[in-house]
Design a protein around this ligand. Structure first.
Ligand code: GDP
Ligand code: GDP
Length: 493
C-alpha cells in the first residue's frame, strides 16, 4: 500500500492553506513548479495519529467564471486526479456559495474518490445551524472543523485515513520495527541545522575519544552490532530527481548491467514500477519513478515526472538516490526533494550525474557549489557518475548497502547509555536555574531511521545546540553514515 494522497479543494479563502499548514507542520512545502508541470500545487508530508500521508493544497478554485471546468482551476482538477481522498472545504461562516455548488457537482461525478465535505471556521458560532444548508450539496455527512484552532482536525484525518492505514511502528517485511516520521522537529534539528559553522564548532569542541574509549567502543560495536542481520534482505531503492537529470538512463544502466529478474512490468500513470534485481547475491528492488525506457525505442513521454510518484517512492524506499545534474545548478526543487527525504527519515545517497566530459575547472566549481548548498547534510555519501557511460555506477551499491546497514543496525540500551555518558563526560549539559540538566540513560526507539531516546531531568530545557552535539556524538560513535538519525528526549526515567 503506497502512502495515501489527500487533496484539499474548495473556493479561495475557505481555509485550505491554514489546514495544509496544520497538517504538515512544515515550513517548506514542495511547490510543484518543475518544468512541464502546472504551477501552484503545494505538496506536503504529514503524519497524524501514526498515519503517513501526502497533502496537496490546490491554491484556489475560483468560483467566478462560467462552467464547472472553468471554475475549478486546472491544478485543482489535477490534484483531484492524483488524490485518493478529497477534502472539500466550505466556509461555515460565509455559508453556501455558487462556487461550492459547482465544485460539489463535479465531485459527485467522481464516485471513485473518497470525498469528504468539511465545514471549516466552526469556531465561535452555532456550528450545527450554520452547517445545515451544506447538506444540499449532496455529499453526505459534514465534518465540522476549525483549522486555525486545530479543532476536529485529528478526528477528521483519523476517520479518512483509517481505511488507507499505514501504521507507525508496524513490523516491516524485515521483521524490524519501522518507526515512521513521528518526530519531525527532532529530525529537522538533527539535519537542517547542521550548518558548516556548527560542524566546525563541534570539531574543535570535541576532542574525539581517548584511546580507552575507542577500544571500548570498538569492542562493543563488534559484539553488539549484528550487521549480518541485514544480509539477504531486499533493499528498496528509489531513484528520484528532477526531470532530465538522468534517472531513466541510470535505471537502465543499473538494470542492463545486472541480472534483472523481471523487466517488463506494466506501469500506470500514477504508480511507480517496482523492478526486482540482484547483485552480488543481494536482492534489491528499484522503484522507478521515471519509467524505464525500452532500449531502442524513442520515448515520447510528455509528463513523465510526477511529484506524487516521487514522494510515494521516497516513502516506500529504504534508500533514496537523489540524482542531481552536474550541468545544472542545484535548484530549490533539489533542496525540496532533499527536505522530503530527510523528513521521511530515509537513507540517502547523493548522485551527481553527467560527470562525463567536464573539464577539471568545471568539476571543481560543481564540487564547491555542492559543498556550499548541501552543507547542512553531512552524513550522505556523494557519488560523481556518468549514467550514460556507466562510470561510477557500480560503486553506488557500496554506499547503498552501507546506508541501509547503518539505518537498520542493532542498537542496545547499554551501548547507547555508554555513549551518552561519554558525551556528557566530555561536555556537561548546561545549568538551568541553578540546576544542571541531567541526562541519565538512552535506549533505542526504532530503526530506519535510527531513533535514540534519551531520558533525563529538565530535559525539555536542553538547548538545541546541545542536542546537536549529542546527535553528532552518536553519529560518530556508532559510525552511522547515509541515514538521518533522530534523538527524542523524555523527562524522567
Ligand atoms: P485558502 O484560500 O482556502 O487557502 O484560505 P486560508 O487558509 O488562506 O484562510 C483564509 C482566511 O480564513 C484566513 O484569514 C484564515 O486565518 C481564516 N481561517 C482559516 N481557518 C479558520 C478557522 O478555522 N476559523 C476562523 N475563524 N478563521 C479561519
Ligand atoms: P530523467 O528525466 O531523469 O529520466 O532523465 P533521462 O534519463 O531521460 O536523461 C535526460 C537526458 O540526459 C537524456 O538525453 C540522456 O541521454 C542524458 N543523460 C543522462 N545521463 C547522462 C550522463 O551521465 N551524461 C550525459 N552527458 N548525458 C546524460
Amino acid at each position: 500500500m503506497t502512502t495515501p494522497v489527500v487533496a484539499l479543494v474548495g473556493r479561495p479563502n475557505v481555509g485550505k492553506s491554514t489546514l495544509f499548514n496544520r497538517l504538515t507542520r512544515t515550513r517548506d512545502a514542495l511547490v510543484a513548479d518543475f518544468p512541464g508541470l502546472t504551477r501552484d500545487r503545494k505538496y506536503g508530508q504529514a503524519n497524524i495519529s501514526g498515519y503517513d500521508f501526502i497533502v496537496i493544497d490546490t491554491g484556489g478554485i475560483d468560483g467566478t467564471e462560467e462552467g464547472v471546468e472553468e471554475k475549478m482551476a486546472e491544478q485543482s482538477l489535477l490534484a483531484i486526479e492524483e488524490a485518493d481522498i478529497v477534502l472539500f472545504l466550505v466556509d461555515a461562516r460565509a455559508g453556501l456559495t455558487s462556487a461550492d455548488i459547482g465544485i460539489a457537482h463535479y465531485l459527485r461525478q467522481r464516485q471513485e474518490k473518497t470525498t469528504v465535505l468539511v465545514a471549516n471556521k466552526t469556531d465561535g458560532i452555532d456550528a450545527d445551524s450554520h452547517c445545515a444548508e451544506f447538506y444540499q450539496l449532496g455529499l453526505g455527512e459534514i465534518v465540522q472543523i476549525a483549522a486555525s484552532q486545530g479543532r476536529g482536525v485529528t478526528l477528521l484525518m483519523e476517520q479518512v485515513l483509517a481505511p488507507f492505514a499505514q501504521q507507525v511502528n508496524n513490523i516491516n517485511e524485515n521483521g524490524m520495527i519501522q518507526n515512521v516520521a513521528t518526530n519531525n522537529s527532532e529530525a529537522e534539528a538533527d539535519v537542517v541545522q547542521n550548518t558548516s559553522q556548527q560542524r566546525d564548532e563541534w570539531d574543535t569542541e570535541f576532542d574525539f575519544y581517548n584511546e580507552e574509549d575507542t577500544a571500548l567502543l570498538d569492542d562493543v560495536l563488534e559484539d553488539e552490532l549484528d550487521s549480518e542481520q541485514i544480509a539477504k534482505k531486499n533493499i528498496k531503492i528509489a531513484i528520484v530527481g528532477r526531470p532530465n537529470v538522468g534517472k531513466s538512463t541510470l535505471t537502465n544502466r543499473i538494470l542492463g548491467e545486472e541480472r534483472v529478474v523481471v523487466y517488463d512490468l506494466p506501469g500506470t500513470t500514477r504508480d511507480s514500477i517496482y523492478i526486482p534485481m540482484e547483485r552480488d547475491g543481494q536482492a534489491y528492488t528499484i522503484i522507478d519513478t521515471a519509467g524505464v525506457r525500452k532500449r531502442g525505442k524513442v520515448n515520447l513521454a510528455v509528463e513523465k515526472f510526477s511529484v506524487i510518484k516521487t514522494l510515494q517512492a521516497i516513502q516506500d524506499a529504504n534508500v533514496v538516490l537523489l540524482t542531481i545534474d552536474a550541468r545544472e545548478n542545484i535548484s530549490d526543487q533539489d533542496l525540496s526533494l532533499l527536505g522530503f527525504i530527510l523528513n521521511a527519515g530515509k537513507s540517502l545517497v547523493i548522485v551527481v550525474n553527467k560527470w562525463d566530459g567536464l573539464d577539471q575547472e568545471i568539476k571543481e566549481q560543481v564540487k564547491s557549489e555542492l559543498d556550499r548548498r548541501l552543507d547542512f547534510i553531512d552524513f550522505a555519501r556523494v557519488h560523481f557518475i556518468s549514467a550514460l557511460h556507466g562510470s561510477g555506477v557500480g560503486n553506488l551499491f557500496e554506499s547503498i548497502q552501507e546506508a541501509y546497514a547503518c539505518a537498520t543496525q542493532k542498537m542496545t540500551t547499554s551501548i547507547l547509555t555508554r555513549i551518552l555518558q561519554m558525551a556528557t563526560d566530555e561536555h556537561q549539559p548546561p545549568m538551568m536555574s541553578g540546576r544542571r540538566i541531567k541526562l541519565k540513560y538512552a535506549h533505542p526507539g526504532g530503526y530506519n531511521p535510527p531513533i535514540i531516546v534519551v531520558h533525563g531531568n529538565q530535559i525539555e530545557r536542553l538547548p538545541d545546540s546541545y542536542k546537536r552535539y549529542l546527535s553528532n556524538y552518536y553519529r560518530r560513535s556508532l559510525k552511522i553514515v547515509g541515514t538521518p538519525i533522530r534523538l527524542q528526549f523524555q523527562e524522567g526515567s
